[in-house]
Design a protein around this ligand. Structure first.
Ligand code: NAP
Length: 318
């Protein structure tokens, strides 16, 4: 419809959304219902990080909880029902492009060039790495960043989890279905995750803790065999035998290259700055969800931000 070769700048789609997690899909749902022509680009399966969660217990309306990928499938179906077009491709760059005295955006993707009048960046983030020896080499061979994806490989095995946030605690509880013993390795002596999850991990017989401890190296030739750990209080270093290590040390924002616009859009921590209406410093570019600089990263907040971005895109295009 808007590929460069076929139609240089003539058919400009109203809005392009980058990212198909809760924020992007909600923005897509709202824009489709406003009858604003919208294409959403998602590089993988719609749902983003939520797909990595076994059960979502804090999304209102599901008192029994709902499986993460199931919830995201419903988001996608609902948006498509109202006309959202989803293309599975990676957005590489977003740049401004003047056409008939108006600034539009040129969106280059792995599958061609597209143009739009507005862009919503809802591209979320990706898991942080520890950056220790062995991590990269043993990824997929005992090093994992997703319990839901890889848990079944660790039936009756002893595993370690790194991190003390909500993700680490939720995943630890999920992995108790498979592993025989789980040790949560945390760099401080206090968890960051919510109190209800803390109560559950503390009460679970399979879950133990290694406090004030960091991972120095992951050992093994073809499979993880052990970890080299350091107690940051005593300075003691020891070898911890285990067959798997799951790393949940937070996320970093992920987005396409914005070229010259980058310095106007991004804060010192790499997140996109917006106002309360999800507008960035550049007219026509909006951001919502985990990629935004903000305090709370939840599905419900992502949805609210997606709806807000759509509302102000509609106002702008009008
Ligand atoms: P997070 O809250 O940022 O927690 C990351 C954890 O990893 C922290 O405990 C941190 O330690 C530790 N850490 C960071 N870098 C490390 C390093 N280099 N070495 C060792 N440990 C390191 O990340 P998250 O748990 O992925 O959660 C991200 C956001 O999603 C949060 O806002 C969270 O509330 C939300 N979330 C919510 C739910 C839910 O409500 N159901 C589920 C998942 C995630 P310190 O504590 O010392 O900083």
């Amino acid at each position: 419809m808007v590929k460069e070769q076929e139609n240089p700048q003539k058919n400009i789609v109203d809005t392009i959304i980058v990212g198909g997690g809760p924020a992007g899909l909600t923005a897509g749902l709202y824009l489709s219902r406003y009858r604003i022509e919208t294409i959403l680009f998602e590089k993988g399966i719609s749902g983003g990080q939520v797909n990595l969660s076994e059960v979502i217990e804090n999304y209102p309306g599901f008192p029994e909880g709902i499986i993460g990928p199931d919830l995201m499938q419903r988001f996608e179906q609902q948006a498509i029902k109202f006309g959202l077009k989803i293309i599975n491709s990676t957005v590489l760059t977003v740049s401004p492009e003047k056409y008939e005295n108006k600034t539009n955006f040129k969106i280059s993707t792995a599958d061609g060039i597209f143009y739009s009048k507005a862009v919503i960046i809802a591209s979320g983030g990706e898991p942080n790495k520890l950056g220790v020896p062995g991590e990269q080499e043993l990824t997929g061979r005992g090093v994992s960043y997703c319990g839901t994806c890889d848990g079944a490989f660790f039936r009756e095995k002893e595993i370690a989890i790194v991190g003390g946030g909500d993700t680490a605690l939720e995943e630890a509880l999920f992995l108790t279905k498979f592993a025989s013993k789980i040790t949560i390795i945390h760099r401080r002596d206090e968890l960051r995750g919510s109190k209800i999850l803390q109560e559950r991990v503390f009460n679970h017989p399979k879950i133990k803790f290694s406090w004030s401890t960091i991972v120095l190296a992951i050992n093994g030739e073809t499979q993880v065999k052990s970890l080299q750990l350091k107690n940051v209080q005593s300075g003691e270093i020891n070898t911890f035998p285990c067959q798997g290590i799951f790393i949940f040390t937070g996320y970093r924002p992920a987005y396409p290259s914005f070229g010259e616009m980058q310095k106007q859009l991004i804060n010192e921590n790499g997140y996109i700055i917006t106002d309360g209406n999800m507008k960035t410093a550049i007219e026509g570019i909006f951001a919502c969800g985990d990629v935004r600089a903000k305090g709370l990263r939840q599905i419900v907040t992502a949805c609210g931000e997606g709806a807000t971005a759509a509302f102000f895109v509609e106002a702008l295009l009008k």
